[in-house]
Design a protein around this ligand. Structure first.
Ligand SMILES: Nc1ncnc2c1ncn2[C@@H]1O[C@H](COP(=O)(O)OS(=O)(=O)O)[C@@H](OP(=O)(O)O)[C@H]1O
Length: 223
């Protein structure tokens, strides 16, 4: 059977772009969607990807916190994270755990997209140095560095950097309530076991991207 033309592909859903304009689309789940790389590559070989990654252990806890906010009756993180806690067997079929195996997903992307077309942004540095990370984003997209540290301030109440002025307004703007939630306290032994679990995958990811994200307490190097 011949493949049918894809009608509702990402391109059909995007606004028309004039020369000199860049259209951006943000769908975090693309990173872990098997067919996304080939479909995006078939759509245009000029597509650039920006992937924000954070320590997979924190990511798993953040993912759990998000689910917990919608379904407060779910079991504790510690129960979901293991297939067998006594034996320290991690439940890799739980999506919160699986998505953090970044190297596995990146391998699939690299079958369709050259690594030079992918920018990896450190989720940790996006918080500690938002203008630095956004500087890299602007360079990667071939844009003039318009956004600088002058645009941000640290909001103590939110506990995160916020914009001094939102676009089209003179008022400060922080991200909404669903960004920067307080995480539940997780048993430190479980956190430790998860760090051990991710370590080889993280090291592979550092090798593939050429950047040590510093999630394994080893020396961090700049891109
Ligand atoms: N400036 C600023 N303000 C608030 N939050 C910030 C900021 N920069 C990065 N972060 C981190 O972004 C995390 C939420 O992103 P999401 O996981 O919802 O992103 S997405 O679902 O992939 O779109 C969110 O994760 P949680 O802390 O677990 O809520 C934040 O840690």
């Amino acid at each position: 059977m011949k493949p049918q033309p894809c009608r509702e592909g990402p391109r059909d859903l995007m606004p028309k772009t004039l020369d000199g304009q860049i259209t951006m689309e943000k769908t975090p789940s693309y990173f872990v969607t098997k067919d996304a790389p080939a479909r995006i590559s078939a759509m245009s070989n000029e597509t650039r990807l920006i992937v924000v990654v954070r320590d997979p252990v924190t990511r798993a806890i953040s993912d759990y916190t998000q689910t917990l906010s919608k379904r407060p009756d779910i079991p504790p993180f510690e129960n979901l994270a293991f297939k067998n806690r006594t034996r320290g067997l991690i439940n890799t079929s739980w999506s919160a755990i699986q998505i953090g195996i970044y190297a596995k997903y990146l391998e699939n992307w690299l079958l369709s997209i050259p690594i030079r077309n992918i920018l990896f942004v450190s989720g940790e540095r996006l918080i500690t140095d938002p203008s630095g990370e956004l500087g890299r984003v602007q360079d990667f997209l071939g844009l003039k560095r318009i956004i600088t540290d002058k645009h941000f301030y640290f909001n103590k109440t939110k506990g995160f950097p916020c914009l001094k002025k939102a676009e089209g307004s003179s008022k400060p703007h922080c991200l909404g309530k669903t960004k920067g939630r307080t995480h539940p306290n997780i048993d430190q032994e479980v956190v430790q076991r998860l760090h051990e679990f991710y370590r080889p995958f993280n090291l592979k990811f550092y090798q593939m991207t050429g950047y040590n994200f510093g999630w394994d307490n080893s020396k961090r190097t700049d891109i």
